[in-house]
Design a protein around this ligand. Structure first.
Ligand code: SAH
Length: 215
């Protein structure tokens, strides 16, 4: 096992299993995806540490535990079509690509989307399709989605995303103010919407028509 693979095994053991990440699919994906290939060379040594890292353009890749927690909240079984809002460097996209059939990922910053695509190709995640757009409006052409994940924090749950969620379907999104949010799970079943607010988190801002507006 090389050093990165060892660091990954340790990350899963020390940061995920001890914090109640128990979904085997999620743990396997976190063990498999080479997170160090998604960050700048200078940050590689820190890729498996217990904190977020900068990815350029003022954005960040979430801490491994938060990626695992949000993915676990989606309860993926392996056959789902997933929408991600906020591709960033593509790491969360790759985790989703490992445990679902198809991932559609939307990013508002073109430069980051280029990085995400390069990283996803490098790690052979060909079942992930990305585009530049305002993800608060979803990606209507491929809706409905069995699962939706938003990796930036917004003031409210975007209506377009609730509409594009399949029935049954689960969405996970940080909702709150610009500094702190609660990881919120939105479930659709038999036409009914259930909203549960959980863990306090700190995400970059979700900027768009149904998110924060640029000042
Ligand atoms: N999942 C990413 C996290 C990136 S940070 C990763 O693993 O690296 C959140 C990302 O959301 C940023 O890249 C930011 O540009 C993007 N974002 C913010 N508002 C958005 C919007 N309305 N539509 C699409 N992407 C958005």
């Amino acid at each position: 096992m090389n050093d990165f693979a060892k660091a990954r095994t340790r990350m899963v053991q020390e940061q995920l299993i001890t914090r109640n990440i128990i979904d085997q699919r999620v743990l396997d994906a976190m063990r498999e995806v080479p997170r160090h290939l998604f960050v700048e060379d200078a940050l590689r040594a820190q890729a498996y540490s217990d904190f977020p890292l900068p990815i350029g353009e003022g954005q960040t890749i979430s801490q491994p535990y938060i990626v695992a927690l949000m993915t676990q909240m989606l309860n993926l079984q392996g056959h789902e079509k997933v929408l991600e809002v906020g591709s960033g460097c593509g790491y969360q996209t790759a985790i989703l690509a490992k445990i679902s059939t198809q991932v559609y990922s939307v990013e508002r910053i073109k430069k980051l989307l280029g990085k995400a695509r390069k990283n996803l190709d490098k790690t052979r995640c060909y079942n992930a399709i990305c585009k530049v757009a305002d993800g608060t409006l979803g990606w209507p052409e491929h809706a409905p989605y069995d699962a939706i994940i938003v990796t930036a924090g917004g003031p409210e749950i975007p209506k377009a995303l609730v509409e594009q969620l399949a029935d049954p379907g689960i969405m996970v999104i940080p909702v709150g103010d610009k500094i702190t949010q609660q990881l919120t799970r939105v479930s659709k079943q038999h036409g009914e919407i259930t909203i549960e607010a959980g863990e306090l988190v700190r995400f970059v801002n979700l900027i768009g028509a149904q998110g924060w507006h640029l000042e």
